[in-house]
Design a binder for this molecule. Structure first.
Ligand code: FAD
Length: 443
């Protein structure tokens, strides 16, 4: 399902973009003077750079933020993009809510680049931050842009599972470095499900854990790194070590209780190799976009690379684009459906965020079926009709999640097969006729 042209671009331009990060000052970890590389699930060779052990994202973000401040680029903090303004078919600006002052503002633009991140808040258990409410996908869809591959949502197999503790990602690299999954009786179960055992693709490990939890009647399994040298574990995974210790678990001596959680939205706003959406003037990058690089099942650690490679291509494209240039819509074999987004009402009962998350976790999560998806679709359709008046961050984000959830459920219902991150218990095999994308457009 990967778009071959997009994957070639990703691979060909990767090293230059990583060199950009090094030149900008991101302190990637080194070993003997060379960049140190690690292995993650379903990878054949170690190829993953890391910084500060397991604090890679933090180091990239802090380094780039410092550059933005020193370049005096204007940044509006606590401002929420709420609507895209169009003149005819073309993007002309953005409506924004100043969340601190409660004031709505409008900004004009020639190009608009959406980079609003993921949608993990669709689910009760997620590794994603609170801001991952799929705003960009909802905004673009309402503005008429195509969204694609919404049925493919990746679940991470191992997040720390402790009562009262927010799910915390226990990186794939922990299994890459030799971590073993055990059930409550201490039995290593993964080799019974797949030969690749702990290093099988994420969807396979997540489903195997779920089956094992059902079999043993437990709500978790355990990740064991006690056989690794403690000084290696603490040096390689300082954040994980510290976070677990703060919550009462010394991972050098005790097993880590883990369970799967929602992690990465593979689908998103459909873009071509320059980040252009189907709406002229509108671009999308990162997790809010769908380039086709990840196919149906993102390989671990490809997403930061995708952000870098296609983010840069958007800048190059918009820098050389003339006023009259039009967008070439992305090409691929696909099924098109039109959907109608809901309208807010003044008299409505606000659907509850945790109800929405539970509904999607139960009915549209790791294992799906027509029955559950149909029930979810009906409830979401009712909620779409009874959205509250949009006036603050909470209501905007909830409305975006209801729309994003509806798009995901709709696509999951249409795809009557199992492929990559999308697993249907009523259609457990992949079917050749379904080797195509599902594209949804507002009716
Ligand atoms: C715990 C965790 C670990 C991960 N580890 C890896 C890894 O090792 N390697 C890898 O490749 N990927 C990893 N990923 C995935 C990767 O981090 C994300 O896919 C990537 O950061 C997405 O980047 P982005 O720029 O698209 O969005 P983000 O970095 O999420 O940024 C989106 C920004 O948009 C803002 N925003 C959202 N909505 C609005 C709105 N309406 N108006 C204004 N602003 C808005 C948000 O506040 C946020 O600042 C991980 C993800 C998680 C959650």
């Amino acid at each position: 399902m990967c778009d071959e042209e997009i994957v070639r671009i990703l691979v060909d331009e990767a090293s230059d973009r990583i060199a950009d990060l090094v030149n900008l000052g991101v302190p990637f970890d080194t070993l003997g003077g060379e960049i140190d590389l690690t292995l993650e699930a379903a990878h054949s060779v170690p190829r993953i750079l890391h910084a500060g052990g397991d604090a890679t994202g933090e180091h990239i973000e802090v380094t780039l933020s410092e550059r933005i401040h020193s370049a005096k680029i204007k940044v509006l903090e606590n401002h929420l993009a709420t609507d895209i303004i169009k003149d005819g078919a073309v993007v002309k600006g953005l409506k924004v809510l100043d969340c601190e002052k409660g004031i709505k503002e409008e900004f004009g633009c020639r190009f608009l680049i959406l980079a609003t991140g993921g949608s993990g808040q669709l689910f009760s258990f997620t590794t994603n931050p609170e801001v991952a409410t799929g705003d960009g996908i909802a905004l673009a869809f309402k503005a008429g842009a195509d969204v694609m591959d919404m049925e493919f949502f990746q679940f991470h197999p191992t997040t720390l599972y402790l009562p009262g503790v927010t799910p915390f990602l226990i990186s794939e690299a922990v299994r890459g470095e030799g971590g073993i999954l055990r059930n409550a009786e201490g039995h290593r179960f993964m080799p019974e499900y797949v030969p690749e055992a702990e290093l099988a693709p994420r969807d396979v490990v997540a489903r195997s854990i779920l089956y094992e939890m059902e079999k043993t009647g437990q709500d978790k399994v355990f990740l064991d790194v006690t056989h690794l040298l403690p000084r290696i574990t603490t040096a390689r995974f300082p954040q994980i070590y510290r976070f677990c210790l703060e919550n009462g678990i010394d991972i050098t001596r005790e097993w880590i209780p883990v369970a799967p959680a929602a992690h990465y939205m593979i689908g998103g706003v459909r873009v071509n190799s320059c980040g252009e959406t189907s709406v002229p003037g509108l671009f999308a990058a990162g997790e809010s976009a769908c380039t086709g690089a990840h196919g149906a099942n993102r390989l671990a650690s490809n997403s930061l690379l995708e952000v870098l490679v296609f983010g840069k291509r958007i800048i190059e494209k918009t820098s050389r684009m003339g006023d009259k240039e039009t967008v070439e819509p992305p090409q691929s074999s696909c099924t098109h459906r039109r959907l109608i987004p809901g309208k807010p009402r003044h008299d409505a009962q606000m659907p509850n965020l945790s109800q929405l998350q539970k509904l999607l976790w139960d009915k549209a999560g790791i294992i799906r079926s027509r029955k559950g998806l149909t029930e979810a679709a009906a409830i979401l359709a009712a909620w779409q009709e009874s959205l509250p008046l949009l006036e603050d961050r909470q209501t905007y984000e909830l409305a975006n999640l209801v729309l994003g959830g509806s798009l995901m459920v709709e696509a999951a219902l249409i795809r009557e097969e199992s492929r990559g991150a999308h697993f249907r218990s009523d259609f457990p095999c992949s079917l050749p006729e379904w080797r195509k994308h599902i594209v949804l457009t507002a009716g």
